[in-house]
Design a binder for this molecule. Structure first.
Ligand SMILES: Cc1cc2nc3c(=O)[nH]c(=O)nc-3n(C[C@H](O)[C@H](O)[C@H](O)COP(=O)(O)O)c2cc1C
Length: 321
């Protein structure tokens, strides 16, 4: 039987905290018989997304494979690693209470181009039309995958890492990678290197064993079971963020984009997200279909602005040096 493959993607410094934490988890996967690969993303030359949407346009028209207009950078290395992976372990340092800038650059390039609800129909259409596989998206795009997210912050105060793990779902959600564990190591400035924190390194072994368990699971329920330390306020992304200000007791999970209701019970905050709302999360197929259909519909019904060229004239060159 072919070995399952686990790929680690690090956005941290070479051999620093993030990197060795991911590698400890990978070693655990290797011990359990998995194939492993490690990618140091900051050593790759990845161009920023141009915003042209050619990737999605091609997928929607059934003529493209989700490819980017950039052909001269190293994204193909990330592409092949993602396609070949059955599981990913993604780690980013916290910079400015969020993942690094390069992390975001890579996520934009994964983005809609890899969304399973765009790639899936394009694959089906390509096969149905008997096209050569080079003419439609990689058939590995939609295979089930699991993932784990890790962030590292130097600050001694946990709230200096507040938007890291929530934003790191940007890496996994387009392809529908089920995140089964997340870990935040804060206070990294307290000690020269995480290798002096055996408790954290043990947690990374556990994170690796969680990936192994999920990959060896016999049922779907067991495969996607969340194994993080805390369940969090949101039962889908397992984060603790809420958006308020909608009136009444309505709240939203900003990671998932789903509605819930907040109540104070015995002095404690309780938030309920119905099953229906949970299934609308952008981390799940229901939410992804809702959004991709909205984009397909938007492309068909978009209103044109009269005299757009003339209206733009006033702004050409303004303030530019
Ligand atoms: C530009 C910059 C911004 C940072 N901002 C934060 C921050 O907001 N919160 C935090 O906890 N640590 C912050 N740090 C510290 C890093 O998270 C810390 O150095 C971490 O160990 C880096 O990961 P690495 O050792 O794997 O490279 C920042 C570091 C840099 C360089």
């Amino acid at each position: 039987m072919e070995k399952k493959k686990v790929v680690g993607f690090s956005f941290g410094r070479k051999m620093s905290n993030t990197e060795v934490m991911i590698k400890e988890a990978l070693l655990e996967c290797e011990r359990a018989g998995m194939e492993i690969e490690f990618i140091r993303c900051d050593e790759l030359n990845i161009h920023i997304c141009t915003g042209c949407c050619a990737c999605v346009g091609g997928l929607m028209s059934g003529r493209g494979r989700g490819a980017c207009v950039h052909k001269d950078d190293d994204f193909h290395i990330i592409e092949e690693a993602l396609m070949s992976a059955d599981a990913v372990i993604v780690g980013s340092p916290t910079y400015e209470f969020a993942p690094t800038g390069n992390f975001k650059v890579v996520c934009d390039r994964i983005g809609p181009a890899h969304d399973k609800t765009f790639r899936g129909p394009a694959i089906e259409q390509g096969i149905a039309e008997g096209k050569d596989p080079s003419q439609y998206p990689d058939v590995r795009s939609t295979k089930p995958r699991v993932g784990a997210l890790i962030t590292v912050g130097g600050a001694r105060t946990e709230n200096w890492l507040s938007l890291s793990l929530p934003n790191m779902h940007e890496f996994t959600f387009p392809m529908g990678i089920d995140v089964i564990d997340q870990y935040k190591y804060f206070g990294a400035m307290n000690i020269e290197h995480v290798l002096g924190r055996p408790d954290v390194m043990d947690r990374m072994k556990t994170l690796g064993s969680h990936i192994v368990e999920a990959l060896n699971a016999e049922t779907e329920e067991e495969r996607i079971r969340y194994r993080g330390d805390e369940q969090g306020i949101c039962p889908v992304c397992h984060q603790d963020l809420l958006t308020v200000g909608f009136g009444g007791n309505k709240v939203e999970c900003p990671v998932c984009g789903i509605e819930g209701t907040l109540d104070i019970v015995d002095g404690e905050i309780k938030v309920e997200f119905s099953e229906e709302q949970q299934n609308r999360s952008r981390l799940r197929d229901g939410g992804k279909w809702e959004h991709s259909n909205e984009i397909r519909d938007g492309a068909m019904t978009q209103k044109k602005v009269e005299n757009l060229k003339e209206l733009k004239m006033k702004y050409i060159g303004v303030g530019e040096k």
